[in-house]
Ligand binder design. Sequence first.
Ligand SMILES: [Zn+2]
Length: 101
Amino acid sequence: MDGFTCDMCGKVLLADENTRYIVRIEVLAAYDPMELSADDVATDRRGEIQRLLDAMRQADPEALQDQVYRRMQFDLCPACQKRYLAHPLPEPPASGTNADS
Ligand SMILES: [Zn+2]
């Protein structure tokens, strides 16, 4: 049987482990219900829509996909499964490293 390796530590799985864990991550854009006003409905948005479509035609398809939905799957050994459950999200970047102003 083809072996799996732990995606965190690289350990070969199934050869000396009875259990392997699968982590499935879905990252998807959450769209809140739109609240439309009378002004929203009265505004002509054709130019705005055309500009958006033009921008999408020139954009990288992978980048567009990442803006909407991405699914990932990882295999973990039992030790890394425990570590993952204790800290499922990575530490935020150190302050001063992002471009927010
Ligand atoms: Zn591991």
